[in-house]
Design a protein. Sequence first.
Length: 157
Amino acid sequence: MTERTLRRYTNLASALHTFHNRCLTLLSPDTWDDRNDSYFMSEYKRIKDVKTVLAICIADREETYHHWQVFSRGADESGIEFDRERILAAFDNAEGVTHRSVNYELVANANSMQEVDLEILPFTKRWPYGDEKEYRAVYVNADAEMPAFPVPSHSRR
Protein backbone atom coordinates (compact mmCIF):
# COMPACT_ATOMS: atom_id res chain seq x y z
CA MET A 1 0.00 0.00 0.00
CA THR A 2 1.19 3.47 -0.71
CA GLU A 3 0.45 6.61 1.24
CA ARG A 4 -2.19 7.32 -1.39
CA THR A 5 -4.50 4.54 -0.19
CA LEU A 6 -6.59 3.53 2.79
CA ARG A 7 -7.80 -0.04 3.35
CA ARG A 8 -10.96 -1.51 4.78
CA TYR A 9 -10.84 -5.07 6.11
CA THR A 10 -14.24 -6.65 6.44
CA ASN A 11 -16.38 -9.63 5.52
CA LEU A 12 -17.64 -10.45 2.03
CA ALA A 13 -21.21 -9.27 2.70
CA SER A 14 -19.98 -5.84 3.79
CA ALA A 15 -17.59 -5.61 0.82
CA LEU A 16 -20.40 -6.50 -1.61
CA HIS A 17 -22.65 -3.91 0.04
CA THR A 18 -19.91 -1.30 -0.41
CA PHE A 19 -19.45 -2.13 -4.10
CA HIS A 20 -23.16 -2.46 -4.90
CA ASN A 21 -24.19 0.75 -3.14
CA ARG A 22 -20.93 2.63 -3.82
CA CYS A 23 -20.82 3.79 -0.21
CA LEU A 24 -19.13 3.16 3.08
CA THR A 25 -21.64 2.51 5.82
CA LEU A 26 -20.93 3.88 9.27
CA LEU A 27 -22.39 1.61 11.96
CA SER A 28 -22.77 1.53 15.72
CA PRO A 29 -19.57 0.94 17.69
CA ASP A 30 -21.69 -1.25 20.00
CA THR A 31 -20.97 -4.12 17.59
CA TRP A 32 -17.16 -3.78 17.73
CA ASP A 33 -15.05 -6.65 19.08
CA ASP A 34 -12.85 -4.19 20.99
CA ARG A 35 -15.11 -3.68 24.00
CA ASN A 36 -12.82 -0.99 25.42
CA ASP A 37 -13.06 1.03 22.21
CA SER A 38 -16.83 0.46 22.09
CA TYR A 39 -17.18 1.62 25.70
CA PHE A 40 -15.43 4.93 25.07
CA MET A 41 -17.53 5.57 21.97
CA SER A 42 -20.68 4.97 24.08
CA GLU A 43 -19.30 7.35 26.72
CA TYR A 44 -18.75 9.95 24.00
CA LYS A 45 -22.39 9.53 22.95
CA ARG A 46 -23.63 9.73 26.55
CA ILE A 47 -21.57 12.78 27.52
CA LYS A 48 -22.46 14.66 24.33
CA ASP A 49 -26.09 13.68 24.94
CA VAL A 50 -26.75 12.80 21.29
CA LYS A 51 -29.07 10.19 19.77
CA THR A 52 -26.63 8.64 17.28
CA VAL A 53 -22.89 7.98 17.07
CA LEU A 54 -21.78 5.77 14.17
CA ALA A 55 -18.29 5.07 12.88
CA ILE A 56 -16.09 3.21 10.43
CA CYS A 57 -12.46 2.22 10.85
CA ILE A 58 -10.00 2.05 7.98
CA ALA A 59 -6.34 1.03 7.99
CA ASP A 60 -3.82 3.71 7.08
CA ARG A 61 -0.96 1.28 6.44
CA GLU A 62 -0.01 -1.85 4.56
CA GLU A 63 -1.83 -5.02 5.43
CA THR A 64 -0.77 -7.08 8.42
CA TYR A 65 -1.87 -10.38 9.89
CA HIS A 66 -3.53 -8.38 12.66
CA HIS A 67 -5.77 -6.53 10.18
CA TRP A 68 -6.98 -9.77 8.62
CA GLN A 69 -7.41 -11.60 11.93
CA VAL A 70 -9.20 -8.86 13.85
CA PHE A 71 -11.24 -7.03 11.23
CA SER A 72 -12.16 -9.71 8.71
CA ARG A 73 -11.63 -13.11 10.25
CA GLY A 74 -13.40 -16.04 8.67
CA ALA A 75 -13.71 -17.71 5.32
CA ASP A 76 -15.32 -14.64 3.75
CA GLU A 77 -12.62 -12.11 4.65
CA SER A 78 -12.25 -9.22 2.22
CA GLY A 79 -10.12 -6.14 1.80
CA ILE A 80 -10.94 -3.00 -0.16
CA GLU A 81 -8.36 -0.42 -1.12
CA PHE A 82 -9.53 3.18 -1.48
CA ASP A 83 -7.89 6.18 -3.09
CA ARG A 84 -7.03 8.32 -0.07
CA GLU A 85 -7.93 11.71 -1.59
CA ARG A 86 -11.27 10.51 -2.89
CA ILE A 87 -12.41 8.81 0.31
CA LEU A 88 -11.32 11.76 2.47
CA ALA A 89 -13.23 14.08 0.12
CA ALA A 90 -16.29 11.85 0.52
CA PHE A 91 -16.01 12.15 4.32
CA ASP A 92 -15.56 15.94 3.98
CA ASN A 93 -18.77 16.15 1.94
CA ALA A 94 -20.86 14.04 4.34
CA GLU A 95 -22.79 16.26 6.73
CA GLY A 96 -22.29 15.31 10.36
CA VAL A 97 -19.11 13.30 9.69
CA THR A 98 -15.75 14.11 11.24
CA HIS A 99 -12.67 12.09 10.39
CA ARG A 100 -9.02 11.84 11.26
CA SER A 101 -6.23 9.47 12.16
CA VAL A 102 -6.55 7.72 15.49
CA ASN A 103 -4.13 8.78 18.22
CA TYR A 104 -2.71 6.01 20.42
CA GLU A 105 -2.12 6.88 24.08
CA LEU A 106 -0.61 5.10 27.06
CA VAL A 107 -3.19 4.41 29.76
CA ALA A 108 -0.87 6.13 32.26
CA ASN A 109 -1.27 9.34 30.22
CA ALA A 110 -5.06 9.18 30.19
CA ASN A 111 -6.97 11.91 31.94
CA SER A 112 -10.18 11.40 33.85
CA MET A 113 -13.36 11.53 31.78
CA GLN A 114 -14.07 14.99 33.25
CA GLU A 115 -10.81 16.33 31.79
CA VAL A 116 -10.87 14.66 28.37
CA ASP A 117 -11.41 16.72 25.21
CA LEU A 118 -14.65 15.18 23.93
CA GLU A 119 -13.88 15.96 20.30
CA ILE A 120 -10.75 13.76 20.32
CA LEU A 121 -12.26 10.91 22.35
CA PRO A 122 -13.63 9.03 19.29
CA PHE A 123 -10.17 9.24 17.73
CA THR A 124 -8.16 7.94 20.69
CA LYS A 125 -7.21 4.35 21.49
CA ARG A 126 -4.84 2.58 23.84
CA TRP A 127 -1.14 2.45 22.88
CA PRO A 128 -0.98 -1.36 22.36
CA TYR A 129 -3.27 -0.99 19.32
CA GLY A 130 -0.94 1.46 17.57
CA ASP A 131 0.08 -1.06 14.90
CA GLU A 132 -3.44 -0.79 13.48
CA LYS A 133 -2.64 2.77 12.33
CA GLU A 134 -6.35 3.38 12.08
CA TYR A 135 -8.17 6.16 10.30
CA ARG A 136 -11.70 6.72 11.57
CA ALA A 137 -14.81 8.52 10.39
CA VAL A 138 -17.51 9.31 12.94
CA TYR A 139 -21.08 10.44 12.31
CA VAL A 140 -23.03 12.23 15.05
CA ASN A 141 -26.71 13.13 15.01
CA ALA A 142 -28.10 14.91 18.07
CA ASP A 143 -31.77 14.56 17.14
CA ALA A 144 -32.41 11.24 15.36
CA GLU A 145 -31.61 7.65 16.23
CA MET A 146 -30.11 5.95 13.20
CA PRO A 147 -28.79 2.39 12.73
CA ALA A 148 -26.49 3.31 9.83
CA PHE A 149 -25.19 6.25 7.82
CA PRO A 150 -24.01 5.81 4.20
CA VAL A 151 -21.12 7.87 2.84
CA PRO A 152 -20.78 7.68 -0.97
CA SER A 153 -17.39 6.24 -1.95
CA HIS A 154 -15.36 5.36 -4.98
CA SER A 155 -13.27 2.21 -4.50
CA ARG A 156 -10.20 1.47 -6.58
CA ARG A 157 -10.93 -2.26 -6.73
